[in-house]
Write a new protein. Structure first.
Length: 373
């Protein structure tokens, strides 16, 4: 079979000339990083777009790792989080010397807020929830719990770029929210990330952490890492930001098309989007009733050069490096979902024909499955 390869995502590119124009002055200035002009411009523009104070970082993982570090939790503190996420979320907690406490997820795949309070101990310092697939967590309940127990909240909002909830930018929730601008995300700067913070003090702490703690030639005020976004990244971000509304609009059409094509398929559930969220249409996960069928269809799609992905399988709690290391709550629904989920190819310029190809392989596979039963 000589079908074109379909990957789960495909990076959006700005017109080549626009990026080329943008980076040309760098050959003159030779200022390639260290909070250059584009870094500062992008920080301002992305802040306006997200309606938040922003500190740019080299990638989303470092944004989360440094956001957590900036809170200065006592070593060994516990952080309540979801196991149904990209491994980065859990790594960022563990690399800070903190202990992840995994909480089960709810029907919308985000952390089950009714199970958080049971997991709180005197060592609990924070909650790190994830707006997985761009599904917004129950932010009101998380805020209530955090306030009641004096916990910090840091949202991993890597999937939620550009989303609004009740008319408010999702970047404004929690003590901090972080975004990833990785090439595979709805919005990208090749690699890149951002911490959205609330106060000048937070901003300055993050600045120190991403720049070796260096404040001037002879003054180093803290032990920092190097996590600065460079000028080529910032230029790409500035170019792509011009097209973000258009990009999300195209994704919306593609998502609606998948929904139409797949609606009512026996044995399949589609991700529900909330009316009160302005979505970014980041992912198209489907949930199989039958776990074995998920694996069969995943394989069939691959045979047709369609690389759907099991986002997220396995749970981060079950990763080889974490398995049996941490106190695990009952992760019943997370385990159910991780065995049955499949994320379909989705990007702004996916064609109708490509979507038809994906859907027909799924539907054929499902029909064969039923005949077997
Ligand atoms: C992509 C992603 C990250 C990490 O971002 P990078 O920019 O790839 O470092 C963290 N958390 C989640 C949920 C992600 O999807």
């Amino acid at each position: 079979m000589s079908e074109k390869k379909l990957l789960v995502t495909r990076s959006s590119m700005p017109p080549f000339e626009e990026y080329a124009e943008m980076i040309k002055p760098l050959w003159e200035s030779r200022w390639l990083t260290n909070m250059g002009e584009y870094h500062r411009m992008f920080e301002k523009e992305i802040g306006d777009y997200l309606e938040s104070r922003v500190s740019l970082t080299v990638n989303g993982h470092m944004a989360l790792e440094l956001a957590i570090q900036s809170m200065n939790f006592p070593a060994g503190s516990e952080v309540i989080t979801t196991p149904f996420t990209f491994i980065s979320t859990t790594h960022a907690i563990v690399r800070n010397g903190l202990t992840p406490v995994f909480c089960d997820i709810g029907e919308d795949f985000t952390i089950d807020v009714s199970k958080i309070e049971n997991l709180i101990t005197e060592r609990t310092a924070a909650i790190v929830p994830v707006h997985v697939y761009g599904n917004i967590c129950n932010v009101e309940e998380i805020e209530r719990i955090a306030f009641k127990y004096g916990l910090k909240v840091i949202y991993d909002a890597a999937h939620a770029f550009g989303e609004r909830y009740h008319g408010r930018s999702i970047a404004q929730y929690g003590d901090m929210s972080i975004f990833s601008f990785h090439a595979t995300k709805v919005f990208h700067s090749i690699e890149g990330g951002a911490v959205c913070c609330r106060t000048n003090e937070q901003y300055e702490t993050l600045y120190n952490l991403k720049n070796f703690g260096i404040r001037s030639e002879e003054l180093t005020v803290g032990v920092g890492a190097n996590a600065k976004m460079n000028e080529f990244q910032a230029a790409m971000g500035l170019c792509n930001l011009k097209y973000i509304t258009q990009e999300i609009g195209k994704r919306k059409l593609a998502v609606e098309r998948y929904q139409e094509l797949l609606a009512g398929t026996d044995g399949l559930w589609l991700n529900r989007r909330r009316e009160d969220v302005e979505s970014n249409y980041a992912y198209f996960p489907i949930l199989f009733e039958d776990a074995e069928q998920r694996d069969v269809i995943y394989q069939k799609l691959r045979e047709h050069e369609i690389y759907a992905r099991k986002y997220f399988y396995p749970l981060t709690a079950d990763a080889a490096c974490f398995k049996n290391k941490y106190r695990n709550a009952n992760l019943k629904r997370a385990r159910y979902v991780t065995d049955r989920i499949l994320t379909l190819p989705l990007y702004a310029d996916i064609t109708e024909e490509e979507q038809n190809r994906v859907v027909s392989v799924i539907k054929e596979g499902m029909a064969q499955g039923r005949m077997r039963l």
